[in-house]
Every structure is written in structure tokens, then in C-alpha cells.
Design a binder for this molecule. Sequence first.
Ligand SMILES: [Zn+2]
Length: 635
Amino acid sequence: MKTKLAVLLVFLLVASGGFAQALKPLKGISILLDPGHGGADPGAVGPTGLKESVVNLRVARYLRELLQADGAEVEMTRDKDIFLSLGERVAMAAKLSPDLFVSIHHNASLRPIEANRSEIYYNAIDRGISQKIGNSMMYELAKWGFGEESIIVPAGFFVLRNNPAPSVLTEGAYISIPKIEQELKTGKSLTDQAQALRRAIRETFKEGVLRVKFIISEEPVKIDTPFFNLIFSANRAVDKVIARIMPERMSGFGFDRLPSVGNTYRLYNTEPLASGNYEIQLTFTGSDGSVSARTMLRLQVNLPFANSAVTPVAPFIPEGYKGRFPVRVSLRDDMNRLNGRSVPIALSFGESSVTTGETSETGESTFYLDLNGQEKDPLQVKLIVEGETISKCILRIQPTTKRYVLGKIIDPVGKGISGTKVQYGAGNRTNTGPEGFFYLEYPMIYGNMKLEVTPPLGYEKSDYWIRTRGEPVVLPTIKVKPVSERLLGKRIAIMAPLSFDNLIRRLVKPLMVAGAEIVRLNFPEHQNRPEYQSVLEANLAKDLDLLLSFKREISGAIEVRHYHRGGRGKLLADALKFSLASEQPPINVKALAGSDYEISHTGVTSVVISFPEQMPPDYPEKLVAHLAQVLKTGF
Ligand SMILES: [Zn+2]
């Protein structure tokens, strides 16, 4: 009786095609497990000394066993207690290109927290598998007893942001809670966690992986029209495509199925693209609910140069002028859009003179004509691309009744600064154009003349003396000094509740005068944990140098908190503490390691400044003044 039933059951499974699937539900799926920390880096440490790195590895090993039993191919970034950089971990993902990357961590908080919870971070730029598996993991972990309050957050941590594979990072539990630390020492808690993660992975891949292949002969795909048609085939029917183009453009996409060739489709864009190099990021969903990994495709658009131009930086050339004369070249298409890639060009002028070079990727560049002083009025300059003249300009050559300054304003590294005001005497004034060039006329006198130079924010005003000797054109290159080498061009993110607005305005002004760019992070106070939004924005923002976070807490002292392993955050905190101690009477602040969310969850140097409810009313202002000074002079 028993045998018969078993046979029948097997038959039913085979008949539905699900037999192998049921025994090995993850067959054909490759997974890279990444136990966080290790070696010299223990990660978080529990109250009695249990290392996060050890717990992470044990969970990963259990999980590997379970996934292998399900038929998955599993690799681990480390299977020993060794140190691996984040870069090495990501490099392994790039090499193996798995269907999934799971980084396993455990959390800690310096402040006592009541309830344990698990936190799942998924790759913020992948709303496909990464998001799907994140949701599934949060659900399963809660079901397996890892805290009711578990959360899922799109994140930009290094191992996620730089990961080509669908990726998640799990913080299974709080190792800093004494009771949880004890549980993590026993096998049960670890196997339960591994079971929960396995369930989530099974659930996500239960329809298998949708695999998509573009039929292209080269990458980047090169086109000479503003629209593309890309053919792709899939291992199952495709229902939905999410496409995004970088650099970000107004773009719409569509796709349709090619008749009578299986699962083959055409992807096209609906808004015209300008010339340039693009990356298209794609995620596909199958009609059976399966999801693809993120696919990237490089595209190069080469449109004809219809509205291109060559323009002199000065209105005319004084007769007999010998030397290099700058002209601007801008390459545009028939919709007047700048060309977004570098192109070799030639400029012909005079009898047989030619200047050659390559334009920059912005579509606009400066080139120099080497003039010998014999050029006649008018001088025709031709812009030539691939042997074809695409633009002409006339340069007038005028008899010299005046003298001219054809100068350039540059920063300490030699980059031209546009928008600088240059003034001579009472009436002669101009602004520098692109790449810092300016043109001023002055009467035919010999001697010294003083230029007053007023650069844009971030640079100091200065005077520049020119000694003239009767030459038709003087060509000074004037270097201006930044207000603060440390702050010029730096991007500083600020996160704070609205009640800090007045204070932050006081901070922002001196920083902007010193040439820093301020990014005010969104802090949605009506939400439960507004810092999640701020941190997400900080992680997605490009090239941040520093994150400053302001908050109000009940504690008795002003605290300046930094990352526990030191680094630049600690230097800043210590410098600020030292600076404030010089006030009369001294202002005492505590500089210490913090476990604030923004400190542990961003890739940028983050410093938290926390004010107590009660303190002398002039303290915040003084603190901000010292902070600006410390940032300017370096730390
Ligand atoms: Zn960790």
C-alpha cells in the first residue's frame, strides 16, 4: 500500500515536469556567499566578545550546505578567518557573475535597543532580483523569529553598489544584545537563520532565472541615428522590461515580440538620443513571474555634426600679432545638442596652416591657431572632421590703435575659471568665458597696468600687475588662489531635522564661499526612521567627501561622533574638540566613536554632532563657527 502511494506520487511529479525541480529547486542557479569581515577585522563584537566575523562565516557555511542540497552552485568569498577588502569581494562577483550575491552580517548598536530585528539591504539600483529577494528574506527572517520589526532598505553599500550581480546584504540579528549574543553562540539560531535565507532564495528562484541575450555583433553598439532597435532573445516569454539610460536622458522605451521566432524581441527608444556614449541598464520580467539579473549594454550614437561652430575667444586679432590665438570648437547635431564623445578634428587657416587635435567629451574644446603675424584680413578658419569641412568662421584682423590683454585665469592646477570679473581702470571690464579666457583693450601707453580680478565663489580676489612694452597683445596667465585648498570643489552632505535650519545656514555660507558644494539630504521627519532616506541619498550621491549629521539628544554633553575605526572622521572630531576648548570659557565636547546609522551605513566619512536639550544658547553658533574654521584649515 505504502509503495503504491509513493510510486503514484513520483509519477505525478514527473508528469508535471516538476520532479527534478522539487528535489533540486535551485538547479542551474549560482550563488556567491560573502561572510562579512574576517581576519584583522572582527566586525561588530558582542558584550562577551563574540566576533561578528565568526558568526557570519558559520551562517554562511550552513547556508552553503542547504543551498547545495537544493542543487545550487555555491561559492564563498572566504571560507576561513581571513581579511578580504570590499574590492576583493566585489571582484569575485565580477569574475564569477553569479545569479545572486549574499553578503552576511550581524548588527550592533551602542545605544541599548529593546527588540532584536534583522535588516536587509538590497542593491538600490536593481529593482529586479535584488529587491525581490530582499522582500522575501525580510519576510522569512521575521517568520523564523528574527524580530517582528525587521526592515528592508534599498542601499548603496560598496559591495552592493559596485556589484554586477543581483545583491543583498543581511544583518541577521543584533550581536550587541546580550541575549542575542548568547543565542548566536548556539547552532540553532545560526541554522534557523540559514534556513530562513534558503527559503527566501528558493522562493525567489522558484520560476528559475529569466536569461536574456542581446543579438549584437559588437559592443558598444554603434548607430548613426537618434533611435536604436536592439534584438534580444530570452529563455522564456518576456512580459515586462525596465530600462534606464545613463547618463540620464529624457528617454522612453518600448519592446515588441518578433513574430514567428520563439522568444525573440525588439527593444527600441521613443525619444531621440544625442551623440554620445551611453549605458543602458535593463531588468526583465517573464510572463511566468521570473525575473532577470540586471543587464548592461553600451551604446554609441554618432550623429552628423549639423550646427557645429568654431568661434574666436576675442572679437578680433590686432594686426601683426604673433603667437597662439585661442578659438572655441563646439560640435552639435541638427537639434543643437552638444556631441557627447571625443572626436579628432582639424582647423585650417591662412595659406596652408593646420591645427589638429581631439575635442573633449563635453562637445566643446579650446584649440590654438599658431599665427605668424603675416595673416591678412579677413582670415578664414575651417573646421574639418574626417576630411569634411563642417563649419567656417571669419577672424577679423584690425590695425592696432590700442593694445590688448588676451589673458587666461586659471586655478592652481591650471584649469581655466569662467565667470571671473576682470577690470582695468575705470571703464574697461569683462568676464572670462569658457576655459578662463578674457580680452581687454587699453590705450597705447607703456608701463604698468593693474588688473583687478574677482573670481567666482571659492577663490580669492586679487590684483595682477602687467608691465607693457608696446606689444600689440599681452598674454598673461593669471593664477588665482582658492579661499581654502581643503574645501574647494569638495562635496559635503548635511543631514538634519528642519529645526536646525538657521544653524545650518550659518555653516553653509562660509563653506560655499570657500568653494564647497553643499548637498542637503532629505530628512522626512514624519517617517519612522528619517535617517534611512538621508543615508540612501548619501549613498546614491556621487563623490561625496563628507557627511555631517546634526541631532538633538537628551544626553548632558555635546558629542561629536565618528566611525569606530578612526580615519578622517576621528581627525575632524578631535580637531573640533580641540578648537572649541580654546574658547573663553572653554566649550567642552566629547569626541567619541558612534554607532549612528549614518556612520555605519555610508561609504563616506561621516561625523555626527549631537546637542543636548540643555546648553548655553550661544553654543550652537560658536560650534558651527569653529566647525567651518576646522573644515577650512584641514583636519
Ligand atoms: Zn558587518
